[in-house]
Every structure is written in C-alpha cells, then in structure tokens.
Design a protein around this ligand. Structure first.
Ligand code: ATP
Ligand code: MG
Length: 468
C-alpha cells in the first residue's frame, strides 16, 4: 500500500498567476455584475494586464516598471466597492480591500498602515496553501484510505504468512481479500456510518486565541506561533464516524504532505509581484493639517505613513520581509467634501490614473435591477422561491421603480444604487412578511402595485426622509 511522503512532492504546487485574461475579457467579466462605469472597468483591466506583461519582461526592465496605481472617484453607491469586490474574485492574485479610514498614525492607538501588508501576506499564504492542498488532494485521499483500512483491519491480522506452511495459498491471501473488499465498500460509501477511533491534531487552541487576540498582531508578533512552540500541538483520540473522520484525516494528511517553507516562499513572491490592495474610503483621510488639535492631524499622518508603502518599502511580517514596490494600489473615494487635491502632493503623485465613475441614470437603475448575475430582484425571487412563491415584475414595474429611484435621489440625497435596496425592501415588505401564508403563489407586480405601495412615501417629503 503506497503511502506518499512529503519528500516525494516537488515543484508540483502551481505558481500562482494572475488570470490569463485579456483586458477585454476582464471588462466582460466585470460587466456581468457591474452596470456601466466603462472607464473604471477599463482602467482596472489594463492595470491588471500590465502586471502580467511586466512578469514577462527581462528582470532588468521589470524591476523598473512600477505599477500605475488607480484612484477611483465617484459619489456614493455608484459601484466603486462593487468593482473591487468583483475584481477580487476574478483576479487570481492576493487581494485585500481595506478602508483607509481605519488606520491611525504610527504611535497612536489603532491599526498602523503596515498591518495591511501583514494581512495581505496572510491572504497570500493561505491562497498558496489552498492551491497546494488541492494539488496533493488525490495523494492525501489515497493515504487516508489506506489509513482507514489499517484501522478497520489492524495489521496484526495482516502478519506474514510466508513461513506458515499449515495454511494453503487460499488462506494466505485471505486478509488481503478482506482488505480489498473493505476498500470497495469504503469507496461505495457503505461504511460512512461506522465508528472508528482516530488520532487527530487538536486545533482548538482556544486559550492561545484568547491571549493573542486583536492588537497583538499589530506588533508583528505571532503569539500563536510562539505559544505553539511552547505547547506543541496535542493529538487527541476520538471515536467518530468514518464520514467525519475522513475530513479530519484528510486535513492532517494534507498538512503533512505540503512543504510550508516552499509555500511561504511562493506566497511572498506572488504577493510581491501581483498583490493588489484596494484602499476604500480614501477621501476620508484626505485633508491637510488645519491647525492644532483638529482630527485632521492624524489624517495627514496616515497619509505620510502610507507613502512609503505605496512607493515601495520592506515590511516585516511573520513570514519574513515583504517588499511592497510592485503591489498595485487601487484607491477609491467619493471625494465630496475633500478633493483629490487635498491629498498631500506626494500621495497625489502615487496615483497617476484617475477615473471618474459616472452618476447612475434611469437606464442604469433599470439594468441594475434585473441584469447583473444575482441582481437585487433575482435575490428576492430566490428568497421567496424557498416558500414556493413565484415573484415576477412586469417591465413597467421596473421602469416605475427606476423612475422613483431617480426622483428620490434628486430630491433628497443621492445615494446611487443603494436607494434601490431601501425601495425594494419597502415594496416587498408585505409579501416578505406573509411569505408562505400567501394564497396566491404567483405574485405578479406591475406598475400599479409599485405605485400603490410606494407613491405616498415618495410624495411625502417628511416620510420619505425617514423611510426610504
Ligand atoms: N454600476 C452598478 N452596477 C451594479 N450594481 C451597482 C452599481 N452601482 C452600485 N451598485 C449596487 O449598489 C450597492 C452599493 O454600491 P457600492 O458599494 O459599490 O457603492 P460605492 O460606490 O462603493 O459607494 P461608497 O462611496 O458609499 O462606498 C451595491 O449593492 C451594488 O450592488
Ligand atoms: Mg464603497
């Protein structure tokens, strides 16, 4: 029975690469989820593609090709974060989205900006590890199978019969036969409920988690690792069903098979060359020092701390030094109150590509309601479907909804597509409440229904301000 050992696995772990998508394909992919905003999508797609192009250059040039960071400007609810979210799933590269407003200047209580690099490193290591787990999954599963068979049929039954002449060949082969029979049953899933006793590593380091909670990580120290060495992982014996045992054993087996050092190396390489950080709420840290005692002081401080990271510096993480020079930064903000020119000049220069997201139009709202994969309406339909309610919107209902959205956005505050959430919630309140109690399982909502439910609210200035 072959049991694979970690030494046998060499460069099988795939190198993490940015998807081989062309800019056009990236835009097409984003189009499935985000309506309009062609410029922003293009800019992001080109930036992504340029990372791949750079990696094909000879090292002397590649070293000097720095990423062109992007600043996305657009009022609230027009899809800035949505683009980032979709990009994250799309780009097969280490990616984090983080609010710039979360940080505080070094020396103050709170998160310092370097913590985002540490976070990104964790993401990269995890990604690489998951990829490696997949790569060795088959071997690990084979090992698990053998181990389960060993438990079901302990090897004492398996002793060598070679010198035992009292048994004929038939009987000598018996244990092997039993083993193969069990194997077949196991594969057919017939033994899933049988209880076996296994030894697994105890991962419930609750005490350590408690001690090393938030804040410790900020110091760049990994308490868990330190404590982990002090208290080596316990193994626990437990009696569980084979079905469940398989999951535990598989994880243990995968952990044994991978080479953590190699994974860390690959992860850092991949993050240094293709990591992306999305800095949301960038406008919240714009604003320069304006007299003593104002909260703006620390905003500028945060910007100053950010500068070296965006420009390229080495950050100490628990996996080693990480160079940030080629990490792509995409910043976004509404910039209503502050302007990009309120960022300190050095910072402005670090984000050479500016894209403006357009305000959403009536047509956009209509499309946002129905077009994207998992659009709002599709979500409600799916939710109600669980109670056998078929929800349908007529075309004029959609138009009316979009018109109302535009009208409210114009008359109160413009919160973009977010308005659709509040409107729809209100519109479907009754249907959602009654749910399965509804007599008529086929709910067709037309323009009349929408007006009936919402028109009063939209007209009444006071009500509108609170409810919608
Ligand atoms: N262009 C769009 N296409 C599809 N959905 C959109 C679009 N714009 C906004 N939405 C929807 O509206 C909601 C809010 O959008 P998002 O979070 O992207 O806003 P934002 O631009 O980041 O705003 P803020 O400045 O307030 O952070 C999301 O649920 C998103 O699905
Ligand atoms: Mg946002």
């Amino acid at each position: 029975m072959p049991i694979y050992l970690s030494g046998e696995i060499k460069e099988t772990v795939p190198k993490l690469k940015l998807d081989n998508l062309t800019p056009r394909q990236i835009v097409a992919e984003l189009d499935k989820y985000v309506v309009g905003q062609a410029n922003a999508k293009r800019a992001v797609a080109v930036a992504l593609r340029n990372r791949i192009r750079r990696q094909k250059l000879p090292p002397e040039i590649a070293q000097d090709v720095l990423p062109k960071n992007i600043l996305m400007i657009g009022s609230t609810g027009v899809g800035k974060t949505e683009i980032a979210r979709r990009l994250a799933r799309l780009a097969n590269s280490p990616f984090i989205k983080i609010e710039a407003s979360k940080f505080t200047e070094v020396g103050y209580v709170g998160r310092d900006v370097e913590s985002m690099i540490r976070e990104l490193t964790d993401v990269a290591v995890d990604m690489t590890k998951q990829a490696a787990y997949e790569e060795i999954r088959e071997r690990a599963e084979q090992n698990v199978e053998e181990k389960i068979l060993d438990i079901l049929l302990p090897s004492s039954n398996n002793y060598s019969f070679d010198n035992d002449n009292s048994l004929d060949l038939e009987e000598k082969l018996q244990p092997n036969r039993t083993r193969e029979k069990l194997r077949e049953q196991l594969r057919r899933g017939e033994l899933e409920d049988r209880l076996i006793e296994i030894e697994t590593q105890d991962r419930s380091n609750t005490m350590i988690d408690f001690v090393g909670g938030q804040g410790m990580e900020e110091m760049g120290v990994n308490l868990r690792d330190m404590m982990g060495n002090l208290f080596p992982t316990k193994t626990v014996r437990r009696k569980i069903k084979i079905a469940e045992a398989k999951t535990y054993m598989l994880r243990d087996e995968q952990e044994n098979l991978i080479d953590m050092e190699q994974i860390t190396r690959q992860a850092i390489e991949s993050l240094e060359n293709s990591g992306i950080i999305f800095l949301d709420e960038m406008d919240k840290i714009a604003g320069r020092e304006s007299g003593s005692g104002s909260p703006d002081v620390s905003r500028e401080g945060v910007q100053r701390d950010l500068l070296p990271i965006v420009e390229g510096t080495n950050v100490n993480t628990r996996y080693g030094m990480v160079n940030t020079e080629h990490i792509l930064f995409i910043a976004a903000g509404a910039f209503h109150v502050s302007k990009p020119s309120d960022l300190i000049p050095e910072m402005q220069g670090r984000f050479p590509i500016r894209v403006e997201l357009e305000s959403l139009t009536l047509e956009d709202f209509k499309r946002i309601l129905i077009q994207p994969k998992n659009s709002l309406i599709k979500q409600y339909q799916a939710l109600l479907k669980t109670e056998e309610i078929i929800l349908e919107f007529t075309e004029d209902a959609i138009t009316t909804l979009a018109e109302m959205t535009v009208s409210i956005n114009n008359n109160t505050e413009d919160i973009g597509a977010r308005r659709l959430h509040t409107l729809l919630e209100k519109l479907l309140e009754e249907i959602s409440f009654l749910g399965s109690e509804l007599e008529n399982k086929n709910q067709i909502l037309d323009s009349e229904y929408v007006k009936d439910k919402l028109e009063e609210l939209v007209k009444d200035q006071n009500l509108r301000q609170y409810v919608l």
